[in-house]
Design a protein around this ligand. Structure first.
Ligand SMILES: [Zn+2]
Length: 269
């Protein structure tokens, strides 16, 4: 069983417009090719013709049992309609989590403007995911996406379940300490490469992830995710294959932790 907790259906080749249906079919086909059973689709903090809104994604995935939605939230632009929509979707079980984009937007995770979001996440018991580490765009401001800032939030909201995306790359040591210290903090390994892993980078990341597990203990905090279509699913599975880990620990990362954290009903697929 494989659960990918981090995919997008944004169109990153903005010279042409792709329909939402075509993007979802592309995702489904790629999952099938790689024997991925379930994926979470993360919507963006921006909405435009290349980046569908949470509402569009929620409506488009209806009837696709192997996809779930995590709602992207804009720190700068959310309004009362967004709050109402998110709370209704949470209540109806139509979204599996919330995603925030510090670094792409200028705020620290424990900013009081986001308190209402965190309270909703606690009430409906869904995790909150944070972009962390390097930004894909040079216009990002990485002091905001440093994983160390997750600590304030984790301590102030012990009932909030927090996911550090991309293991905070390149600040993986800081991410290690976050998951070691805080029981409510998890990390996904998505987005470590654009496209495929090179052999050299694969060896480097293998060491980093193994070191993380040596330091922080059994990987009940680590989640498999790719950041597809930015990273290649096949190359990611190959990367997981060469990690030196017992099968039961690998299983935690590949799906068990995700199924529990996001309440994904694995009997459906
Ligand atoms: Zn992503």
């Amino acid at each position: 069983m494989i659960i990918d907790v981090h995919t997008h259906i944004n169109n990153y080749h903005e010279e042409r417009v792709t329909s939402l249906e075509a993007s979802l079919n592309h995702l489904s086909d790629t999952m099938k090719e790689n024997k991925v059973d379930y994926s979470l689709v993360l919507s963006s903090y921006k909405v435009n013709q290349h980046r569908p809104s949470t509402k569009q994604v929620v409506e488009a995935i209806r009837g696709r049992d192997n996809l779930g939605v995590v709602a992207g939230i804009s720190y700068l632009h959310y309004n009362h309609r967004d709050l109402r929509e998110i709370s209704e979707y949470l209540e109806a079980g139509l979204i599996k989590g919330l995603k925030f984009y510090p670094g792409y937007e200028p705020f620290y995770p424990n900013d009081s403007r986001m308190k209402v979001m965190y309270e909703m996440a606690i009430e409906f018991d869904v995790p909150v995911m944070f972009h962390s580490g390097d930004t894909y765009a040079p216009t990002g401001k990485v002091k905001y996406s440093h994983p160390l800032h997750i600590d304030d939030l984790a301590v102030d909201y012990p009932d909030l379940k927090i996911v550090i995306c991309h293991v905070g790359n390149p600040w993986i040591r800081d991410c290690m300490e976050m998951v070691y210290k805080n029981k409510n903090v998890y990390a996904d390994i998505s987005g470590l490469v654009l496209g495929d892993f090179s052999d050299k980078f694969e060896r480097h990341m293998k060491n980093e992830i193994e070191e993380m597990i040596n330091y922080a203990g059994d990987p009940n905090y680590l989640l498999y995710g790719t950041d597809w279509p930015i990273s290649n699913m096949k190359s990611y599975l190959k990367f997981m294959d060469q990690l030196e880990l017992a099968d039961d620990k690998k299983e935690l990362i590949m799906w068990k932790n995700a199924a529990e954290l996001f309440k994904i009903d694995t009997s459906k697929f």
